[in-house]
Ligand binder design. Structure first.
Ligand SMILES: [Zn+2]
Length: 447
């Protein structure tokens, strides 16, 4: 079968059974690789069995996808839905200049009619890149956040979304400054009631103050209280960029460091995901770990905008719970494979530049970060993030033949196989993505 060979027709709704290769991190640690696996999904979209192909074969016909490889669906832990059309614009700027020049006006225009047109296309592109679950920021507007949820509901992807809260330095041209905090909180409460837990937990709400530069201490505190009272996720940015950090020092002189601004608001804990966390002190890292606060590592964005290189090896050694985020449009690329690739290059460059003898994380570690650890950051690791019996069937089928170099041969070494998928990612290599065993609509545009 050459790469151009049409695939057998893919199952679109559960129940189904597939024969394929399989590579997955395991919840208990380590990795499972099968050269010939049988995966059975029950009518509820759960993985009923994940087994080696039986020695005696099967009586019933089974769709055979070999040499395609099943992986868990990728988890994008940080993306801005209104910003996607700006992807690739503004390389090398500092964060605050980039936001003012390229982003805020686009977010201001992101109202329901724009979202209704834009978000379905974004979701299809995410599925084509292998993403089955994401945590996203909307704009400040409830109407477009509502439209984004409707699009995710219809598409089938697993989504956590929040309207951005900003009660200072906002692009909101509609709400008087003195009313922005109350409006943001009221809107969030309405959207939580409507969407959090919808479709049996597939859709979730995330209370989303943009960052400390855009939020008063009161808004941070009240937003954290709202998330605690309703049990939803809370997300924001921390320690991304030097100019941002300086602004936060000026705005919150009482805080001992950036993380302390959120700590004082009562916002740290296992339902909180902080994007970037690049320039954290030892004290801040200890506090992240101690509080169980999650972080989203966004290496492509950190190098596209001039933010820095997060010390990934140190963070993993410290025990910080960290997944991968695209941070589009901070990153030009939607694909989580691209975050793995640049994450490795960044970690390796840091190692060489600093003379650090510890190796950069290997491809199987990046697979774990982009799948299981992302699910864990979202508190959904009992449901998704690995291909193990009892979990929901959120998985993708990847064609490694497309990643072969000229004259190259396929490999059954899981480390090298995953390395090829990361370092020689090609558009179209993700041939299918399922959530709960349902095939997601996707575009050909992969990354
Ligand atoms: Zn961001």
């Amino acid at each position: 079968m050459s790469p151009a060979t049409p695939l057998p027709s893919l199952p679109s709704r559960p129940p189904w059974r597939l024969r394929a290769r399989l590579l997955t991190p395991l919840a208990a640690g380590g990795t499972r690789y099968e050269t010939d696996a049988l995966v059975t999904v029950d009518a509820a979209g759960r993985l009923a069995a994940v087994a080696s192909w039986p020695a005696g074969g099967m009586m019933e016909p089974v769709i055979d996808l070999r040499p395609l490889v099943l992986l868990p669906g990728m988890v994008d832990l940080h993306i801005h839905l209104p910003q996607v059309p700006a992807a690739g614009i503004g390389a090398g700027l500092d964060l605050l200049t980039w936001l003012e020049r390229h982003i805020f006006e686009r977010e201001r225009r992101f109202r329901a009619p724009v979202a209704e047109q834009q978000v379905p296309e974004v979701l299809r592109a995410m599925a084509a890149a292998g993403t089955t679950s994401f945590l996203a920021y909307g704009a400040v507007w409830a109407d477009s956040t509502d439209a984004a949820f409707r699009a995710a509901e219809a598409h089938g992807i697993r989504a956590a979304i929040g309207a951005v809260m900003m009660d200072r330095r906002s692009y909101d041209d509609e709400t008087p400054p003195g009313e922005r905090m109350d409006r943001a909180l009221t809107d969030a409460e309405t959207l939580i009631a409507r969407w959090d837990g919808a479709d049996d937990g597939r859709l979730r709400y995330a209370v989303t103050p943009r960052f400390a530069v855009s939020c008063t201490a009161e808004l941070l505190r009240d937003s954290a209280a709202l998330a605690a009272r309703t049990g939803v996720l809370w997300q924001t940015h921390v320690s991304e960029d030097a100019g941002e950090m300086e602004a936060v020092r000026d705005l919150f002189p009482e805080a001992r460091d950036y993380l302390d601004v959120y700590d004082r608001a009562g916002a740290l804990g296992p339902r909180t995901i902080l994007a970037h966390a690049i320039h954290c002190s030892e004290r801040e890292v200890d506090r992240l770990v101690e509080s169980g606060t999650r972080t989203a590592h966004c290496p492509v964005s950190n190098l596209f905008i001039s933010s820095g290189v997060m010390p990934l090896v140190d963070r993993l050694e410290a025990g910080a719970i960290t997944g991968l985020g695209s941070d589009v449009a901070g990153s030009p690329e939607l694909s989580v494979f691209a975050q793995m690739r640049t994450g490795f290059y960044a970690a390796n460059a840091r190692r060489v530049a600093l003379g650090d003898p510890r190796p950069a994380p290997d491809p199987l570690t990046f697979l774990r970060l982009g799948t299981y650890e992302g699910a864990r950051a979202l508190g959904q690791d009992a449901l998704t993030g690995s291909i193990e019996p009892g979990r929901e069937a959120d998985l993708i089928a990847v064609d490694p033949r497309l990643t072969l170099p000229p004259g190259g041969e396929d490999t059954d070494d899981p480390l090298q196989l995953m390395g090829r998928l990361i370092f020689r990612e090609r558009p179209g290599m993700v041939r299918a993505a399922w959530v709960r065993g349902r095939l997601l609509p996707s575009t050909e545009e992969a990354s």
